[in-house]
Ligand binder design. Structure first.
Ligand code: TXA
Ligand code: MG
Length: 325
């Protein structure tokens, strides 16, 4: 941790553990570090970074106004997997917010990272993966991802939650919009707001409110296919599958797909039937299967996937999938 602090103070980027996924962090006060985050990730500048804080006071110091709803949400869910998007002030570099008027802020629930932030101040940190790729949930995933760049990583163990935070846009009034699904659900948010005696109204923000949200993301290097029902006979659908794979573009959102010349080695992704455990397993298992270089990875979508507690995983899975069969 001392080494991480030293590097951050010297405008370097460092891999940090959080409860959701590992982040690639730089001090918000260092434009050099912020630029390194984008270049190391090969991330386009239109995709804004989340700022990680260690206190509500730090969060307030970065925003123009701190509405009562933000206070209630932060008090109830921080430290935790909820990012609040609020109107930013001049302390937040335009590179971090991709030129938007707002900034996404959260307090991560990991003692090592909170301690580092207390020492060096707020950290901008996107997930520590190359742009568009599967997010890392262990320190070794981060090493694997940035082998060439030799990123220094603080090893804080495997991530408890395993999927990125819920991103919630908080309008100046009491209007809320979920920009990205995560472990904190709409019902949880509603109940906390109501218990505090406040009102809120959910709306669907325009696409432009959520830059960096692509149709595909988190993709493994081999085709990943979702089945809504378990195929009775894989042999008989191989030709169909090959046709679909042949029709896929070579590069999807910047990710080069390895297309098989035949489907011999199929790898099934199997997840726990409980949503919090399945979420924790998802990226790690997808990565593990992908590293075995199968011709294709598939997942049979369970019926209960429609319920609220599965929404975040469903979203990541749809984005990671090449297609649904
Ligand atoms: O759990 C997480 O949120 C992890 C850990 C490291 O904290 N971070 C993370 O960062 O997932 P990243 O960069 O992979 O995703 C950040 C996303 C952006 O792509 C964007 O969609 C949204 O958060 N975001 C950030 N700032 C925003 C803003 N000002 N307005 C709208 N969306 C914003
Ligand atoms: Mg990410």
């Amino acid at each position: 941790m001392a080494e991480a602090v030293r590097r951050l103070n010297e405008n370097e980027v460092v891999g940090i553990p959080t409860e959701t996924v590992y982040g690639l962090a730089g001090r918000i006060g260092s434009e050099e570090a912020i630029r390194k985050i984008f270049s190391t990730k090969e991330r386009p500048f239109f995709d804004p970074l989340i700022v990680h804080v260690a206190s509500i006071a730090q969060a307030k110091s970065l925003t123009q106004d701190w509405p009562p709803i933000a206070e209630v949400l932060a008090r109830n869910f921080w430290p935790g997997p909820l990012t609040l998007v609020l109107r930013k002030n001049e302390k937040v570099n335009d590179l971090i917010s991709s030129g938007l008027e707002t900034v996404g802020i959260r307090m991560p629930k990991h003692p090592m990272t909170l301690n580092i932030i207390e020492q060096v101040g707020p950290l901008a940190a996107p997930s520590a993966n190359k742009f568009g790729k599967t997010s890392p949930t262990t320190a070794s995933h981060v090493h694997e991802e940035f082998q060439l760049e030799k990123v220094f990583v603080v090893d804080g163990g495997a991530c408890q939650i395993g999927l990125e935070s819920t991103v919630l846009l908080v309008d100046s009034g009491n209007r809320l919009s979920i920009l990205r699904e995560g472990a904190i659900t709409r019902s949880q948010i509603e109940s906390v707001v109501q218990n505090a005696g406040l009102n809120c109204e959910f709306y669907q923000a325009e696409k432009s409110a959520s830059p960096g949200h692509m149709k595909h993301h988190y993709m493994p290097k081999v085709p990943f296919v979702l089945f809504h029902e378990r195929p009775r006979d894989m042999q008989s659908i191989k030709i169909e599958l090959m046709k679909k794979i042949a029709a896929l573009p070579e590069v999807v959102e910047g990710i080069r797909l390895v297309k098989p010349s035949a489907i011999e080695h199929l790898a099934e992704l199997k997840l726990a039937h409980e949503p919090t455990i399945a979420a924790r397993e998802f990226y790690a298992k997808l990565r593990e299967l992908s590293n075995q270089n199968p011709d294709l990875i598939y997942f049979v979508v369970p019926k209960e996937f429609q319920s609220e507690s599965w929404l975040a995983l469903q979203d990541r899975m749809n984005k990671a999938a090449s297609f649904t069969f």
